[in-house]
Design a protein around this ligand. Structure first.
Ligand code: KG4
Ligand code: ZN
Length: 363
């Protein structure tokens, strides 16, 4: 199928055209992150207003790129390509949740309008499930050997969610565990703020951690690894934020004239979060006898997390395939939305679709 994917759950406005759930024909993204950097976090109404401004140009550019015309302003003579691309679309896939309601509505209502105009079905897509499908965007629709083998265990780590699921087959998912409080991305974002680092915290912590001199074998950790030994597959990251606050305040005490060792803190925060994610996920992989481990979501762009999974899976000879999308497909974008719709094709008419900000990965 040829699917137009639309993603507007947070501060990205994105559209992609994807063939057979594997080949990206176009990939366009506008973000209002620069505006949120100034405020140190997302202001939902501002994010939604930016979505309204960007949605039509972004979709238009995605269609033009896929039709081979390029650019988002219609060039003379390119309209026929665009029309034939539109008529070749099998459906429109759109994120309907979870996310910020104002942002979600922009994508959902635009998809419904296009569906009405073009007489195409709409596939409502769960944003969290879609993150996993970034692993199917191999670029090669004919060689099915390249795609992940099922059953798999998947870890979705994003700004608002941390979920471990067992993917028996497409459309057959079982919940294994998840965070009881803050998500992994949220832990990066909140602790970064305590260190005075900019939003979004994940990339800022990763960058600061890279300046920390490579620790010797005697590296002394000083933050907790929450729930790492518990006999379940749940996570909890809110205590980490409190622990960082306590440690940081030692440096901010009037009697302290030591500068805050930002890169050491960043390194330790990244170690603490990634240690827990790796340990619990690999335990789930073993217990569920998965053939593949799939990493997904914005935090999956973290190179230390990717490296730890790679090393543990290789060194422990776990005999499983480890898949993680390229970093630009881990963070929010529309290509996985279209891929997810290909493998979970449940089209609806526009009247049946509405945004659901509180959707969980199991809906
Ligand atoms: O999936 P995503 O793009 O948006 C949501 O669905 O939430 O994830 C955003 C989260 C943010 O918390 C951000 O700090 C984190 O992903 N993130 C990272 C990195 N890049 C983005 N966390 C750690 N290391 C990174 N390189
Ligand atoms: Zn996301």
């Amino acid at each position: 199928m040829v699917i137009l994917g639309i993603e507007t759950s947070c501060d990205e406005t994105a559209a992609s055209v994807v063939k057979d759930g594997r080949e990206i024909l176009s990939h366009v993204l506008a973000t209002s992150v620069q505006m949120h950097i100034k405020t140190g976090g997302i202001i939902p109404e501002k994010a939604a207003r930016e979505q309204v401004k960007s949605i039509i140009p972004v979709i238009e550019e995605a269609l033009l790129q896929a039709s081979g015309a390029g650019g988002w302003r219609l060039e003379p003579g390119s309209s026929s390509n665009l029309q034939s691309l539109i008529s070749s679309l099998d459906c429109i896939a759109v994120t309907y949740g979870p996310g910020l309601i104002g942002s979600l509505l922009v994508g959902v209502e635009t998809a419904k309008t296009l569906s009405y105009l073009w007489k195409k079905p709409v596939v409502p897509v769960n944003h969290l499930t879609a993150h996993i499908y970034a692993n199917w965007l191999t670029g090669n629709p004919t060689n099915r050997n390249l795609e992940p083998e099922l059953p798999a265990v998947a870890l979705v780590v994003s700004g608002g969610h941390t979920d471990l699921v067992y993917l028996k087959n497409h459309g057959q998912m079982e919940y294994i565990g998840g965070t009881r409080d803050d998500a992994a991305g949220e832990a990066f974002d909140k602790t970064a703020r305590l260190l005075g680092l900019p939003y979004p915290g994940g990339p800022a912590i990763a960058a600061a951690a890279s300046h920390y001199p490579l620790p010797t074998t005697h590296y002394q950790s000083f933050l907790p690894r929450p729930m790492i030994s518990n006999n379940n597959f749940d996570f909890s990251f809110s205590g980490l934020k409190t622990a960082v606050l306590r440690e940081v305040s030692n440096f901010q005490h009037p009697s302290s004239n030591l500068p805050l060792p930002t890169s050491a803190f960043a390194y330790e925060i990244q170690e603490a979060i990634t240690d827990v994610l790796v340990e619990k996920s690999l335990r789930a992989v073993k217990q569920y006898k998965a053939k593949t481990f799939l990493l997904a979501g914005g935090v999956a762009a973290n190179s230390r997390l990717r490296e730890k999974f790679e090393l543990r899976i290789k060194n422990n000879k776990l005999g499983i395939d480890f898949r993680v999308p390229p970093p630009e497909l881990c963070t929010d974008n529309a290509s996985p939305i279209a891929a997810c719709a290909e493998f979970n094709y449940h089209p609806l008419s526009w009247q049946q679709i509405s945004a659901n900000p509180n959707l969980s990965i199991m809906n």
